[in-house]
Design a protein around this ligand. Structure first.
Ligand code: SAM
Length: 243
């Protein structure tokens, strides 16, 4: 997508829409992550508005975060407990923090917001450099099998159809660069709103190779936080890597 920069996807207006967003998997995700974190500390890459980090920290665990969007961090800070987390403004591929963590995690497909294989490998390498010896890296993302809905390398989904607004998800697929190039389109009396988002997806096998390059190995793989078996039909993948 010409002139696209990931920062465009997480400005003030979009950040406001993330403030109270729940995906329905929060309690299960927090239980899964807390079980791996032990006494911590934990680090969330792309912490956003704290959907996972805040309830995880509420159990007494130290949870730090990284995010490159001041608007998303402001949403986190405005929530109860949001001012107590240490959040670093920066690119999570660099893991620009000091020290070692028992748990580092990146959820909601966000590893795929790094748009090249090089950046994703760099992220794995920097994560490995910040894991304690018994530390683990958890990645939750969609399975590329989910692209089954493509027709001629594109799709248009009606996300919402109401009397006063229509919301469409318009996407094209670039199989060579493994990119899904999307714009969420809102049509209403207020006008036309466009929210672009580009993701570079990877199959679980490619994630495992990135982990190996970084000196890590797959420890667990599941379809979801409830540890359902990962199968060819799974929509999402939860992978746990350790040394
Ligand atoms: C879909 S939100 C997820 C937020 C949070 N992890 C959650 O699950 O609710 C994606 C977040 O990733 C951040 N982000 C995307 N690419 C980033 C990058 N390269 N470095 C730092 N933050 C990034 C965005 O600012 C946004 O807060």
């Amino acid at each position: 997508m010409k002139d696209y920069r990931p920062e465009l996807s997480f400005g003030e207006r979009v950040a406001a829409t993330y403030r109270d967003v729940q995906r329905g998997d929060e309690a299960a995700a927090v239980a899964f992550l807390a079980g791996l974190a032990g006494t911590g500390p934990a680090l969330e890459l792309a912490i956003g508005a704290g959907r996972i980090a805040l309830p995880l920290a509420a159990g007494g665990l130290r949870v730090d975060g990284i995010d490159f969007s001041p608007a998303m961090i402001a949403q986190l800070r405005a929530k109860p407990g949001g001012d107590r987390l240490a959040v670093t403004l920066g690119d999570f591929a660099d893991v620009p923090v000091a020290g070692a963590y028992r748990l580092i995690y990146v959820v909601w497909n966000t590893l795929f917001n790094l748009l090249t294989q090089d950046d994703q490998v760099r992220c794995f390498e920097n994560v490995a450099a910040h894991l304690s010896d018994d530390g683990v890296f958890v990645v939750e993302a969609f399975s590329p099998a989910y692209l089954h809905r493509l027709r001629d390398q594109q799709y248009v989904d009606a996300e919402a159809v109401a009397v006063d607004e229509v919301r469409l998800d318009v996407a094209r697929h670039d199989p060579e660069r493994q990119l899904l190039v999307e714009t969420h389109v809102s049509l209403s009396a207020a006008g036309v709103r466009l929210d672009p988002i580009v993701t570079r997806y990877a199959w679980p096998s490619e994630l495992d190779l990135m982990a190996r390059i970084a000196g890590l190995r797959l420890r667990e793989r599941w379809a979801d936080w409830a540890r359902s078996p990962y199968t060819a039909g799974s929509r999402s993948v939860v992978s746990v890597y350790g040394r």
